[in-house]
Write a protein that binds this ligand. Structure first.
Ligand code: UDX
Length: 436
């Protein structure tokens, strides 16, 4: 099927390449000339496992093209809209400027029977407003939220856990749902749940899923806070409650908390939207979820200060990680970088290393010292703090080896990802998050 994808950022670029990889003819459209030039050359503009391969294959087969010219959307059966919805500069609400601009630019190129499928994360009610603008063209607006995780974006797009299609009532909605089933035929054939619902429910599914995940993480971090004053161990607690199938162990990793381009901004936008709807109290707990999350960054800094005897001033601290999570070069709202910046603010000599995210980190925080090589970064450190659980630190950094490089023997495990016993046995002063 011929498809267009409007917006070639994280979501759109992956979606375009993934749709081409399952046999569709796809044009990716973006206003950013540099992004389009790089994608057209087959260069993924960010680090995402597997993306480079499907991008090159799509371009080579002729199934995938990129352009800044919106008229290239003409002739596509489905137009996916995957532009960003960042947090507003002066508040918590989502900024819909890009979604509105993309739909307005697309409208003149729509034909009777086309489907416009919104994928961006939007405040509930947005789709209904957009539908009123799209309807006069004879096209049908549907909402098809995206649940991809960075680091697994290609897998999550090609083989998702579920597909959600919010469609209008009646025949146009049924037809649109059928067309989406054809778009996602490999997943549908495989039996992936395909949930057809109304526009508002589809929009809400996305924000509710992210709110739940954020709540799970902050819940366990709240337990870490209690563990810290009682001498309990939050990782054992998470294992024990996680065995209950109703709870589950995933997303119960206590540490410096969540960040990235989605969870923080999405829970804030959800709060703002609920308030607009007069239901602020229904999700008032999300403010607490956010507050718990931000406190974990303070805790990591406090632990480091205490471990270094009450001050980090002029101490060499090596920060292992800059990305908001492993398998990503994304530093947007990264708790890892935030901790590094705060330590620097307290007068520490901070050296940051990361397998993928240094360039992005340097762009936002040029004041920090960046070193590509992990061992080079560890040299002469008074303390180490692990803030992104890359395998290079979690599995491949042995405490005996680290001790040959550093000056001090202090390790703060901001992600509870190290083997505490092994580090202690090797003579290190080990500090976890919510662990004795
Ligand atoms: C998230 C959602 O998972 C995805 O479905 C949605 O489409 C976009 O937002 P992503 O931002 O890629 O995806 O990251 P995710 O894997 O969810 O992790 C988010 C943050 O939570 C990271 O900073 C991670 O380190 C942190 N986290 C995750 C924890 O602190 N503890 C955990 O147990 C799990």
């Amino acid at each position: 099927m011929r498809l267009s994808v409007i917006g070639c950022g994280y979501l759109g670029a992956v979606h375009a390449a993934a749709m081409a990889s399952i046999g569709h003819e796809v044009v990716g459209i973006d206003v950013d000339e540099n992004k389009i030039a790089s994608l057209s050359r087959g260069e993924a503009p960010f680090f995402e496992p597997g993306l480079q391969e499907i991008l090159s294959e799509g371009l080579a087969s002729g199934n995938l093209t990129f352009t800044t010219d919106m008229s290239a959307a003409r002739g596509a059966k489905v137009h996916f809209v995957g532009v960003g919805t960042p947090q507003q500069k002066d508040g918590y609400a989502a900024d819909l400027t890009y979604v509105n601009a993309a739909v307005d630019a697309l409208i003149p190129h729509l034909a009777e029977g086309d489907i416009v499928a919104g994928k961006s994360t939007v405040p509930v009610g947005t789709a209904q407003t957009l539908a009123a603008r799209v309807d006069p063209t004879g096209a049908t607006l549907v909402w098809n939220p995206e649940f991809l995780r960075e680091g697994f974006a290609v897998k999550d797009t090609v083989d998702p856990d579920r597909l959600v299609a919010g469609v209008p009532t009646g025949e146009p909605g049924e037809r649109a749902a059928d067309i989406l089933r054809q778009v996602y035929h490999p997943s549908v054939t495989k039996g992936t749940p395909f949930i057809v619902t109304d526009l508002a429910t589809a929009e809400l599914v996305k924000v509710a899923a992210n709110a739940f995940l954020a709540t799970k993480i902050s819940f366990i971090n709240a337990m870490a806070e209690i563990a810290e004053v009682t001498g309990a161990d939050v990782t054992t607690l998470a294992d024990a409650i996680g065995h209950d199938a109703r709870i589950g162990r995933r997303f119960l990793g206590a540490g410096i908390g969540f960040g990235g381009g989605c969870l923080p901004k999405d829970i804030r936008a959800f709060s703002a939207r609920a308030e607009e709807l007069g239901r602020g109290e229904s999700v008032a707990f999300l403010r607490e979820i956010d507050a718990i999350n931000m406190r974990r960054r303070d805790r990591a800094v406090d632990l480091t200060v205490a471990a270094l005897g009450g001050s980090v001033f002029k101490k060499n601290i090596t920060v292992l990680g800059a990305a908001f999570k492993p398998h990503s070069d994304d530093t947007r709202d990264s708790p890892a970088l935030d901790v590094a910046v705060r330590l620097h603010g307290l007068g520490a000599w901070v050296t940051v290393t990361d397998p993928e995210a240094i360039d992005n980190a340097r762009r936002i925080h040029p004041q920090l010292n960046y070193v590509h090589d992990r061992d080079e970064a560890l040299r002469a450190a008074d303390a180490i703090i692990v803030v992104t659980e890359w395998d290079q630190y979690r599995r491949e950094l042995h405490p005996e080896h680290a001790a040959t490089l550093t000056t001090g023997r202090i390790v703060i495990d901001g992600r509870n990802c190290l083997d505490a016993t092994a580090w202690r046995n090797a003579g290190w002063d080990y500090h976890g998050m919510g662990r004795p």
